[in-house]
Design a protein around this ligand. Sequence first.
Ligand SMILES: Nc1nc2c(ncn2[C@@H]2O[C@H](COP(=O)(O)OP(=O)(O)OP(=O)(O)O)[C@@H](O)[C@H]2O)c(=O)[nH]1
Ligand SMILES: [Mg+2]
Length: 384
Amino acid sequence: MTGLNLIVIAVGALVLLFGIGATVAVVSRKNRELAAPKAPEAIESPLEVPTPTERADTTGEPAGAEDAPEEAAPTDVPTAPRGRLARLRERLARSQSSLGRGLMSLLGAGDLTEAQWEEIEDTLLAADVGVGPATELVEKLRLHLAAEGNKTPEIVRSVLREELIAMVDPALDRTLKLQNPDGLPGVVLVVGVNGTGKTTTVGRIARVLVAEDNTVVLGAADTFRAAAADQLQTWGERVGASTVRGPEGGDPASVGFDAVKQGIEQNVDVVLVDTAGRLHTKSGLMDELGKIKRVIEKQAPITEVLLVIDATTGQNGLTQARVFADVTNVTGIVLTKLDGTAKGGIVIAVQRELGVPVKFVGLGEGPDDLAPFDAVEFVDALLE
Ligand SMILES: Nc1nc2c(ncn2[C@@H]2O[C@H](COP(=O)(O)OP(=O)(O)OP(=O)(O)O)[C@@H](O)[C@H]2O)c(=O)[nH]1
Ligand SMILES: [Mg+2]
């Protein structure tokens, strides 16, 4: 009897143990299966803004459940645009440290020889300041420093700071022009060569404008690729601005026209029109830009034409600037990717070249990494 009991208990225990073991195995496998698809998500873009490919998935019919409710979209609040340059100062200082430190150490060497002055000029040229402005700056520094008796590092620094600020010109009006007569919306046209950051700039500016209680319509006048309009629309959805788009391969001028028309009908404050990247050397494409401008202006005057230049392209950026300015009457420069180059002197060069102020600088890929430009903050970061 006892023996039989023992056998029954032993078999029962075995069954129980086996059951627990199997359950644990199934659960842990399930967990692994659940965890597995997460892996690719972890390596997705660090940007908060969804990429065009993500949006492409939502074009089908089913959607519905995936679409966030209207007012839930703009979840994050942008950082205040004023003082952004100060916030991004470290990033700017890091990229420009060779220029600032190079100038300070050369100038700090007491009474300078001709060769040393040439070295200073070379440092400025290497930072893309441009020949004319570099020569001028060296002349001014020579005169200014000669007038100083005791050249302590503090005095050298303050002379350099003063002259650099004067070159960058704090007096230039760098505000975004949005005033149109008769209650018409401000109209901003964004132009530039391929990949400079036009669409990102439109999105980032829209983000700030909406945060400051402006109503905004976006015009996707880049009709070359559907993905370009998707990219813009994604920015628009995030900030709560509607996007006017046309058929792929359609006439970009008519999209610009329609966007401003919708802006007027809806009585919005600002219409931002994104255009396709175009090579300044292709006259057909440059003519098209002229047409976009003329057609838009049948609806309302364009208040601002922003030329987006990639700071890492150096002197070529200046050539682009000249051609674009001829066609569209550029009123402001957006210098992107300053975080990726030590050639901050391009700020001085491009302003000199066009007589047009740098209004924004891009210092990263994030939605708040576009800063209103400020001469004093810029030079201070340079000399950090
Ligand atoms: N590091 C850095 N990257 C930037 C900056 N501005 C834009 N970018 C990146 O540059 C790339 C191109 O940006 P887009 O806005 O698509 O450029 P685009 O001029 O619209 O390009 P096309 O429409 O193809 O001509 C993207 O990966 C952006 O994230 C910046 O200030 N710094
Ligand atoms: Mg684009």
